[in-house]
Ligand binder design. Structure first.
Ligand code: AMP
Length: 415
């Protein structure tokens, strides 16, 4: 068994190797009761910090021919890209690969085979083409070609609406750990969310930020889409919130700092998240927050949107009214999140939709006295009825309540 120290040194080597090879009614929220994932062992937590499954390979990535069943995934800003594929040659393997310790990825429960027999159907036609998603055929940033057989499957991490999530390890060196998320195509089609899923994948694939869950690659077979996601070693933030009821001021402040940093990055890429809530947040191996769900995100350069979406408790007044909305919806949600971290429930939570709507529209905010004046000040500045009055993200990051708890080693201050 490798010691923590030796694993840490190997991790450092891994990080270098990965850098060198980068080619690559009410939506009821019963307070803090979501089913969570299991915990992982320390060594795997350590290793996965630097997991980046675009491993060195001498294999030439086979281009998909234009009559292939695989369609090209237009990447952000590349919609309608040419269908011609260039052969992509992966970099040669490094001469000195770090030797991997044996990482316990836990026991596989046979769930993929079970699901394969019991759920999902093959899909055909236009919808099938929409969902023929494979990162190895992205023109400007292809990853290597992946298949399910390239992984050792470990313990189940959780179940999502469209399939299971597993902790897996690549069979090839260096043996990266990732979370493999399966999505059943026929179920996506039945729920009529092909475009939403495609959009989620397109958006997440292009994001690189320490507080945004990385999507390293994706591939598909006849029935399923597989997403290779950064493994969030400490699981769901929601589970922590359920366990503790609420967070301390220090912990809340650090999470909100990380959220503000990630949202600022998203907005700079013209991505509005639109569904910020504890259920969509994961924790990395160091306990860092990771935005992990992009189902409602929209890539909207200069666009104002009118779709009503998101969880009711986190909806801003402009979305309830069906008005145009913009990136400020995420500022409102950040205010709701700050409140929920500190108080343990959402600020406008009521028994019926109607009552919640009314309280949101009136900004009927009641902050308990145990919340510090600094934290209350930030909440009030974020929960402004008029979107333009909400405190901008760079100012959130400089707010006294955030500065007070930011450690020197944490994120650098925004410019
Ligand atoms: P989802 O389909 O994204 O809702 O995922 C279902 C569950 O799997 C989540 O609630 C988490 O417990 C777990 N999960 C999803 N993605 C990851 C990940 N990247 N790392 C660890 N656990 C995950």
């Amino acid at each position: 068994m490798a010691t923590v120290g030796s694993v840490t040194r190997q991790i450092a080597a891994l990080e270098i190797s990965s850098k060198q090879n980068t080619t690559a009614t009410k939506t009821t929220r019963s307070t803090h009761q979501k089913q969570g994932s299991q915990t992982s062992n320390t060594v795997s937590k350590l290793l996965t910090k630097f997991a980046a499954p675009n491993p060195p390979s001498s294999k030439t990535i086979r281009p998909q021919t234009s009559n292939s069943s695989l369609s090209r995934l237009p990447t952000t800003g590349q919609a309608g890209a040419s269908s011609s594929n260039k052969a992509f040659k992966a970099p040669a393997p490094l001469s000195r690969e770090p030797t991997q310790p044996s990482i316990d990825i836990g026991r596989y429960d046979g769930g993929l085979e079970y699901d394969e027999e019991n759920r999902g159907k093959k899909v055909y036609g236009q919808a099938a083409e929409e969902l023929a998603l494979d990162s190895s055929v992205i023109e400007h940033q292809p990853t290597r070609e992946w298949h399910l057989t390239d992984f050792d499957i470990g313990r189940p991490l959780g179940k999502g609406k469209f399939g299971r999530v597993y902790m897996v390890r690549t069979k090839c060196e260096p043996k990266y750990i990732v979370a493999l998320k399966t999505l059943y195509k026929s179920e996506i089609i039945e729920s009529r969310v092909e475009k939403q899923i495609r959009r989620e994948i397109e958006i997440q694939q292009n994001l690189r930020h320490p507080h945004i869950l990385r999507l390293y690659g994706y591939f598909h077979d006849e029935k399923r889409i597989f997403l290779m996601l950064e493994f969030a070693g400490k699981g769901e933030l929601y589970k922590q919130l359920s366990k503790h009821g609420c967070f301390t001021e220090k912990r809340s402040s650090r999470y909100i700092d990380q959220m503000a940093d990630a949202l600022d990055y998203l907005h700079s890429k013209h991505v509005i998240h639109r569904d910020i809530k504890p259920e969509n947040l994961l924790l990395g191996i160091n306990g860092d927050l990771k935005i992990g769900d992009f189902g409602w995100s929209v890539h909207a350069p200069g666009n104002r949107r009118t779709t009503m979406c998101g969880t009711l408790d986190y909806l801003p007044p402009e979305m309830i009214e069906g008005k145009e909305h913009s990136k400020e919806v995420d500022l409102w949600a950040l205010g709701v999140l700050t409140y929920e971290f500190l108080v343990g429930c959402a600020p406008f939570e009521e028994r019926t939709h109607n009552e919640t709507y009314k309280r949101i529209m009136r900004v009927d905010l009641r902050i308990p006295s145990r919340v510090s004046p600094d934290a209350a000040d930030l909440i009030v500045k974020l929960l402004q009825h008029e979107p333009y009055k909400r405190i901008p993200l760079p100012e959130v990051r400089k707010h006294p309540w955030i500065m007070k708890y930011r450690s020197r080693s944490s994120n650098p201050q925004p410019q």
